[in-house]
Design a protein around this ligand. Structure first.
Ligand SMILES: O=P(O)(O)OC[C@H](O)CO
Length: 414
């Protein structure tokens, strides 16, 4: 039996999902065995894999969040393009079977798909229907605009809620997806798709207005910052916070663990901005195949990816987790099964993502993006704690972030 090591960052309900996928694949045939290992957060597993690669013991498959995409793409010697892995294994691999917004993100300018679209998410609005009822808000009508979010937050606060609104992934929800949703650039050069000389651009009047609004909400106790990454996920699921912006993939966790009725709405926007809402952008992760392994091991990886792509397997994954259906067939299957009708809100991520994208809204692909997100977190924490104005933090984040982009541009051998 050929063994395949798979490093991932899926905890809780998502960790069980990943383990089930490996178990079901292993049971479906006799030649290969996939072993998933949880390696901590997305940041942590990427750092661990880079160290392991240097030491010569990288896993076969590494799950990397979208933020690490440009770094992986530039690490040419360390990875094998997924299209090549599939072709070499003699596996039928139709790149057109994948949802364009997802596939496009993981495809090189040459048209070759570099990583396997596994768990793509997007930004949505989660809310606690019970808390809405208690505050006199309509539980079937989530706020759809930022002014409405502020009004709902005030009502929730008045009803005694200590954390009316919070957010996970500050940069992803409040800057990156926020920009695309308003058809505005987050970074120049079409958010990095157009070249390594891209620079951060989230200092427009619209960005400033939004971050100032959030700062005011924080001052009034309407927005409560709960930490970096997905730290806020847990406080929404526990019921501590009544509304949050975060990943569509929180759905599985909410369904499993929340003791209240939860709803999903679209990412809020400013209704006076022409072109808004446009589309939201991709989050989540993809699977990268590491170099230096033996041919039969790559065959095993290809067989596993082929299994994951099957319409029924991919559809089940989507319905269980809230990640997007990654192939058109898995979307059709889910739609025909009546899943979206039976589970209101589960279609939000899909409809936000399948809209036609523009050059400004296709996604964000930047070098040293992991470091840039940390810089944004650091600077914006100054806002939430009242030490910096929105403008000071935005300007500092852009200046420090651009230094990272310059450094990446110099070092990249693309
Ligand atoms: O929680 P996930 O897996 O949807 O990922 C969220 C963000 O995209 C991470 O950058």
């Amino acid at each position: 039996q050929v063994e395949v090591q798979w490093w991932h960052s899926m905890g809780g309900a998502l960790g069980e999902w990943v383990n089930d996928l490996a178990k079901d694949f292993n049971a479906s045939q006799k030649d290969y065995k996939v072993t998933p290992t949880f390696k901590g957060s997305y940041d942590e597993s990427m750092t661990a894999a880079i160290a392991a690669f240097r030491a010569g013991n990288a896993p076969h498959i590494l799950q990397v969040f979208e933020v690490g995409t440009a770094t992986m793409m530039a690490s040419k010697g360390a990875v094998v393009p997924v299209a090549k892995v599939m072709k070499d294994a003699g596996m039928k691999f139709d790149q057109n079977a994948y949802v364009p917004a997802v596939a496009g993100y993981y495809t090189a300018p040459s048209g070759e798909m570099l990583s396997f679209p596994f768990n793509s998410s997007t930004t949505v609005f989660h809310y606690n229907k019970d808390a809405f009822k208690a505050a006199g808000l309509d539980p079937e009508k989530p706020p759809t605009t930022w002014p409405e979010v502020a009004l709902a937050a005030a009502k929730l606060k008045a009803s005694g809620h200590k954390c009316p609104y919070t957010t996970s992934w500050v940069s992803w929800t409040q800057l990156e997806s926020f920009s695309a949703w308003h058809n505005t650039l987050f970074a120049t050069k079409n958010n990095g798709f157009g070249g390594l000389d891209a620079r951060l651009a989230f200092n427009t009047p619209l960005h400033l207005r939004h971050i100032e609004n959030l700062a005011n909400m924080a001052k009034q106790g309407l927005f409560v910052y709960k930490g970096r990454g997905n730290a806020a996920d847990a406080v929404f699921v526990s019921g501590e916070c009544a509304m949050m912006t975060g990943s569509s993939a929180l759905y599985g966790n909410i369904k499993r663990n929340a003791k209240f009725a939860a709803g999903i709405g679209t990412l809020p926007y400013y209704p006076d901005v022409p072109g808004a809402p446009q589309n939201t952008i991709i989050g989540g992760a993809s699977l990268w195949v590491m170099s230096g392994k033996k041919a039969p091991e790559y065959k095993a990886v290809a067989a596993f990816f082929n299994y994951l792509s099957q319409a029924d397997v991919a559809a089940k994954s989507h319905q269980r987790t809230g990640y997007l259906p990654v192939t058109t067939a898995s979307f059709d299957l889910t739609d025909k099964s009546g899943f979206y009708k039976d589970n209101p809100g589960t279609n939000v991520a899909v409809t936000q993502m399948i809209r036609k994208t523009t050059d400004k809204s296709r996604g964000v692909r930047l070098g040293n993006f992991v470091q840039i997100r940390t810089i944004i977190d650091e600077e914006f924490e100054g806002i939430w704690s009242g030490k910096k104005t929105a403008k000071e933090a935005i300007d500092a984040a852009i200046q420090r972030g651009n230094e990272q982009l310059e450094r990446f541009q110099k070092s990249a051998k693309m």
